[in-house]
Design a protein around this ligand. Structure first.
Ligand code: HEC
Ligand code: HEC
Ligand code: HEC
Ligand code: HEC
Length: 153
């Protein structure tokens, strides 16, 4: 009997070690998992409220159209009509809410264009791109292209 006990002793030690490990895991988990985690799914339920309370910075193009219908008309039929106003003008919720007190800065009519149209082999060949050393002059692209209807023909 004592001989058998001696043979099992290392198993008891292992079992105690496992139990301690599991307890430590449960303890740490209780402390570290944020409140509300798992209520709706694999995320923290409170994150929804946090995100909802962030200030809105983009107004959306429908808002721009309310006051700038001339620009919307100008964009009709252009390949640029698909681009949101704020993709070029930046977030303008503050301006849309109070246009008299917050006047937007106009985008740079060269850097902005090259951000999308600078020639690069990684872009699909069908996307219109230019090498600014050869195309146009060193000045702003907007001296020849209307940003709201850039096609020249
Ligand atoms: C409630 C009406 C209103 C809304 C909404 C609005 N704007 Fe304006 N916006 C104005 C007014 C008024 C001016 C000033 C016009 C002026 O003084 O020439 C202006 C000026 C601008 C200017 C500067 C023009 C310049 O010559 O410097 C830009 C750019 C502009 N708006 C873009 C936008 C965009 C993009 C949106 C949508 C996110 C937007 N606006 C939403 C009324 C509005
Ligand atoms: C492809 C980029 C781009 C998009 C998309 C764009 N704009 Fe512009 N916008 C510009 C640039 C660049 C200027 C400055 C032009 C200049 O320097 O003469 C400008 C100027 C303006 C101005 C000043 C007045 C004028 O006619 O120059 C207003 C107002 C304006 N944009 C509103 C809008 C609205 C509203 C939309 C969406 C319906 C829009 N823009 C979409 C690039 C863009
Ligand atoms: C946010 C990215 C973006 C910016 C910024 C931008 N463009 Fe574009 N541009 C496009 C897209 C997308 C098209 C349509 C491409 C297509 O469908 O083939 C386009 C089309 C064009 C075309 C028509 C090309 C053709 O095939 O006829 C010209 C010209 C052009 N852009 C010039 C400009 C100029 C000038 C500026 C700066 C005022 C500018 N773009 C800023 C994305 C952009
Ligand atoms: C001196 C006038 C002038 C200037 C400045 C200019 N362009 Fe152009 N651009 C043209 C003309 C004209 C065309 C149409 C004929 C052609 O394809 O060369 C054109 C065509 C384009 C096209 C269509 C190319 C294609 O593959 O269909 C794009 C994109 C373009 N320009 C972007 C720009 C950008 C970005 C800038 C600023 C870095 C710029 N342009 C400056 C005159 C100009």
């Amino acid at each position: 009997m004592p001989a058998l006990d001696k043979d099992k002793r290392h198993l008891y030690r292992l079992a105690v070690l496992f139990a301690a490990g599991i307890l430590a895991f449960l303890g740490l988990r209780a402390v570290m998992v944020p409140k509300g985690f798992g209520r709706y799914g694999f995320f923290r339920a409170g994150a929804l409220t946090d995100i909802r309370s962030l200030p809105i910075s983009y107004a959306g193009r429908a808002a721009c159209a309310d006051c700038h219908s001339d620009i919307v008309d100008m964009r009709k039929g252009s390949l640029h009509a698909q681009i949101g106003c704020e993709a070029c003008h930046g977030p303008l919720e503050a301006h849309a809410a109070a246009p008299d007190t917050t006047k937007p800065r106009l985008p740079n009519g060269r850097a902005l264009c090259l951000g999308c149209h600078l020639e690069n082999v990684a872009k699909p060949a069908s996307f219109p791109q230019v090498d600014p050393k050869e195309h146009g002059d060193a000045g702003p692209c907007t001296s020849c292209h209307n940003p709201h209807h850039p096609e020249i023909s």
